[in-house]
Design a protein around this ligand. Structure first.
Ligand code: PSU
Ligand code: MN
Length: 375
């Protein structure tokens, strides 16, 4: 990055006709940088249920063109569930909430390219700034070499943008977490910290199984994140382990149905009806003005589960290989996912696809219940 000039004029982007800026959140200046699609804009205005979706899973998790196929299926699942999908990512240096099919295809087709960035909180100003710094844009005196301006947003990055747009429910595959071997490397996903600071509900199949799950859930506790798992009340419900339905970690809360989940998200105390445990938590958190997010764990459907023994052997090898090759930082998660994919001959991708779809469907239901509670 070249040195920045001292006085950078404050220019906020103006968007082409048919796109909108958010007026549905009070989230600082970030919302001025969002380009919101017509469909999502209307859904926000009419309080239609919306489910946010990430794009790092397409740019750094699934190969092209499988990723386009997955994206279409996930959006369709949300529509069938009666909600509007809001896919979030960076295309041409613009943070988008709601992608058209050709836009999504364009982003997904850059999967694996060096110039497509995996965008977490820290990367956002870098990737979004790029387009405004190109020669010929209306920002005088501020040009620099453009190397990248497309990005797949991680869970952390997507939460941040969803919140700025005013979207509360976000469905995805697996949360980042504490990598095995901590504190060497001291690799803790920004997803955990984002959940601690941003009030968005993330529906996932727990944290990815190649991570240190015990420590991941410890950090979520430290960060003040509500964690609930879909299951039967009165039984011992474990948080899921991505490819498997269960880990050895007891879920701090049980969500019996999408309505329970919506209650855990909803910040209006009068709407908190169904589950007495949740009422206490949320009443209190509302009154205290807490702003942290919620992790709603949805175990992978039984028929797609990969037996724990099988997957653990593959995972150990993949993690070891990453360490031997010196893969670290933001490359670690995509590297390990790819290793697991190769060794399981694609079985991990099938499981991953199934769980993302299952979470999208659950996301639509939770968004509907939330809309009902907030009426
Ligand atoms: N799930 C996948 N593939 C992925 C990811 C999740 O099947 O690539 C991404 C998510 O976007 C998640 C990110 O937020 O990995 C976590 O990366 P890290 O551990 O570097 O924070
Ligand atoms: Mn990391």
């Amino acid at each position: 990055i070249s040195r920045l000039p001292r006085h950078i004029p404050r220019i906020f982007p103006t968007f082409p006709a048919g796109y909108h800026q958010s007026t549905y959140s009070n989230s600082s200046n970030l919302k001025k940088f969002l380009q919101i699609s017509e469909e999502v804009h209307e859904a926000l205005a009419s309080k239609t249920p919306i489910v946010a979706l990430e794009t790092a899973i397409y740019t750094h998790g699934f190969p092209y063109p499988d990723n386009v196929d997955l994206a279409a299926k996930v959006e369709a699942a949300i529509r069938e569930g009666g909600a509007v999908p809001a896919t979030i990512g960076i295309l041409d240096g613009i943070a988008r909430v709601g992608f058209s099919q050709p836009e999504l295809e364009r982003l997904a087709s850059t999967a694996g390219q060096k110039t497509t960035v995996k965008v977490s909180r820290r990367d956002l100003p870098f990737v979004v700034g790029m387009v405004w710094s190109q020669p010929g844009n209306p920002n005088p005196g501020y040009t620099r070499h453009v190397t990248a301006h497309n990005g797949g947003t991680t869970i952390a990055g997507t939460m941040l943008l969803a919140h700025a747009a005013g979207i509360k429910v976000f469905a995805t595959g697996g949360l980042g977490g504490v990598h095995r071997g901590y504190p060497n490397p001291m690799d803790v996903s920004a997803d955990l910290v984002e959940l601690g600071r941003t009030n968005v509900a993330v529906i996932s199949s727990g944290s990815k199984a190649f991570l240190d799950l015990e420590n991941t859930f410890e950090v979520l506790e430290t960060q003040g994140v509500f964690v609930g798992t879909f299951g039967k009340a009165g039984t011992e419900v474990m948080v899921p382990a991505f490819y498997c339905r269960e880990s050895n970690i007891i879920s701090p809360n049980i969500l019996e149905n999408p309505r329970d989940a919506a209650s855990a998200i909803c910040m209006s105390p009068t709407a908190l009806l169904p589950c007495p445990q949740l009422i206490t938590i949320l009443d209190a958190s509302h009154m205290m003005g807490l702003t942290s997010g919620q992790l709603l764990c949805n175990p992978i459907p039984e028929e797609f589960e990969i037996p724990e023994k099988d997957i653990n052997r593959v995972i150990s090898k993949a993690v070891e290989k990453a360490r031997d090759r010196g893969v670290f930082g933001k490359d670690q998660t995509p590297y390990i996912l790819n290793e697991i994919k190769e060794v399981t001959k694609g079985a991990s991708l099938a499981a991953n696809t199934a769980l993302v779809l299952c979470n999208a469907r659950m996301g639509a239901q939770v968004a509907q219940e939330l809309a009902r509670l907030e009426k």
